[in-house]
Write a protein that binds this ligand. Structure first.
Ligand code: FAD
Length: 436
């Protein structure tokens, strides 16, 4: 009987543990190949992105991705494998996958489910073209990127609540977080004599440490941060009081970047939180981390339901607000030169580190839309370029919300920048640090 050969296409699931598609594939094949398609993502010059920067991915996120790929390769190495990283030149990812399927006689193809419109359509197009080539190929797609699966919600996903609070209340009442998958301790071997002309040598990727030195890509660092934030420091037990901080490592969990690339799954965080609550302490703060993960959950399903509407000027509400765009104002905002000290400090922090606190993100977005009167989509696009933790659903969902066209029942909220400074930076320490 001929061998079953599986190909796992890593996209935003850059981990081995609690990766349902990978473990499902591993259980069904005799040999396995792990692939990542490395995209520089030169963009369409007519899009908003072209006005923002040359590439979609800025240097901080690129660095984090490179670290993550090296870590994944090391983890695979311990299982007798390696990560095949194919760099795109003129082709599309779909062409790369097609070529691999043909060359390696792939019988099973898997990739993680992701809520993103582009991720969904990329998978669909690839599956269509591959099945035209190999009609009997088996596809595996599972979801371990969210806390729940849509089939478990007490509503049909098309009719999910349009705002966060009713969504949260229903989910808290009727849903249980899915269990974490059993640890993956072995995977089928790679095919013999496996070589790839165009595969990148991961040691040649540039990596540097981040301003926040623990912010390093990969499943290994993600697990370390989970242990640090919960068990080593007990910071989790103070989260509700500290979470509105503006700078530093310990005021919030910093899980976002690892979640965005799938170095850790939200269920793994939940499982550890649950264990912490039963073994150490359960309080408002431990609950609040779950509450914030539900915001992520909400935006992921909200994007899944609304698709391309997430990127439309009029948003999911289909209300037209300002569509102004002034390139000089935009550059001043990016460089932290608006004249609003709290906004400028946050924007310089972002430029320098690739990170900004949740409080900061709300303030700079509100300023962009209200004080500066700019079209929210330009702000969202710049964040997409600059943020290490860029997550399509959370970024565009939050920007729509602040742009007054998204999932906000209270409408077009504007923050009072002076009041916010008095509350969150009363001694001007943050401002002084970033403006000097
Ligand atoms: P914590 O406070 O420790 O929260 C724990 C986790 O809960 C986060 O890691 C995140 O997964 C989730 N979470 C918390 N707040 C939110 C929120 N408002 N929306 C969705 N999920 C949330 N988050 C991203 O992960 N990627 C983005 O691209 C992104 N863009 C944003 C853009 C704007 C304009 C705003 C206002 C918020 C954005 N957020 C985004 C949400 C939030 O600011 C970050 O998740 C958070 O600051 C990351 O730091 P943390 O992991 O320490 O968060």
């Amino acid at each position: 009987m001929s061998k079953k050969v599986g190909l796992h296409w890593f996209r935003k699931d850059l981990r081995i543990q609690d990766n349902l598609s990978l473990s499902e594939l591993a259980s069904q094949v005799d040999q396995l190949v792990c692939v990542y398609v490395y995209q520089e993502e030169e963009k369409d010059q007519n899009s908003i992105s072209a006005l923002v920067n040359k590439e979609i991915i800025g240097k901080h996120r690129r660095n984090f991705i490179n670290q993550t790929l090296q870590d994944l390769n090391n983890t695979l190495g311990a299982l007798g494998h390696r990560l095949i990283v194919i760099s795109l030149e003129s082709q599309e990812p779909i062409d790369v996958i097609q070529d691999l399927v043909k060359t390696l006689n792939i019988t099973h193809l898997s990739a993680e489910w992701h809520c993103g419109f582009n991720e969904q359509s990329q998978w669909q197009k690839t599956a269509d073209s591959v099945s035209a080539l190999v009609p009997n190929i088996k596809f595996i797609q599972a979801n371990s990127s969210t806390l729940f699966n849509a089939s478990k919600f007490p509503f049909s996903i098309e009719n999910m609540p349009s705002t966060f609070s009713p969504f949260r209340k229903k989910v808290e009442k009727y849903c249980k977080v899915e269990l974490v998958n059993n640890p993956l301790t072995s995977i089928p071997p790679m095919p013999n004599l496996f070589a790839f002309e165009h595969s990148i040598n991961l040691d040649t990727l540039t990596v540097q440490s981040n301003h926040y030195e623990k912010l390093s890509g990969g499943e290994t660092a993600a697990k370390q941060q989970l242990a640090h934030y919960l068990w080593s420091t007990d910071n989790i037990g103070r989260y509700k009081d500290t979470r509105n901080g503006l700078d530093g490592w310990d005021f919030s969990s910093k899980f976002s970047a690892w979640l965005a690339l799938g170095c850790i799954s939200p269920r793994q965080i939940y499982a550890e939180l649950d264990r912490y609550e039963s073994e150490r302490i359960k309080n408002e703060s431990t609950y609040w981390l779950f509450f914030e993960l539900l915001w992520r959950e909400f935006f992921h399903w909200h994007h899944y339901v609304h698709g391309l509407r997430l990127f439309a000027a009029s948003g999911v509400q289909q209300i037209m607000r300002s569509t102004n765009f002034d390139p000089n104002t935009f550059v001043e905002w990016q460089n932290g030169q608006t004249g609003y000290p709290i906004v400028d400090a946050c924007m310089r922090q972002l430029l320098h580190t690739g990170f900004m606190s949740n409080r900061g993100r709300q303030l700079v977005a509100s300023c962009f839309v209200h004080e500066l009167g700019q079209d929210w989509r330009y702000g969202a696009t710049y964040f997409e370029y600059q943020l290490i933790d860029f997550d399509v659903a959370s970024n565009w969902g939050n920007w729509q919300y602040l742009g007054g066209v998204g999932a906000d029942p209270r409408g077009h909220r504007q923050f009072n920048l002076q009041k916010q400074t008095d509350i969150y930076d009363p001694n001007n320490e943050f401002i002084t640090q970033w403006l000097n």
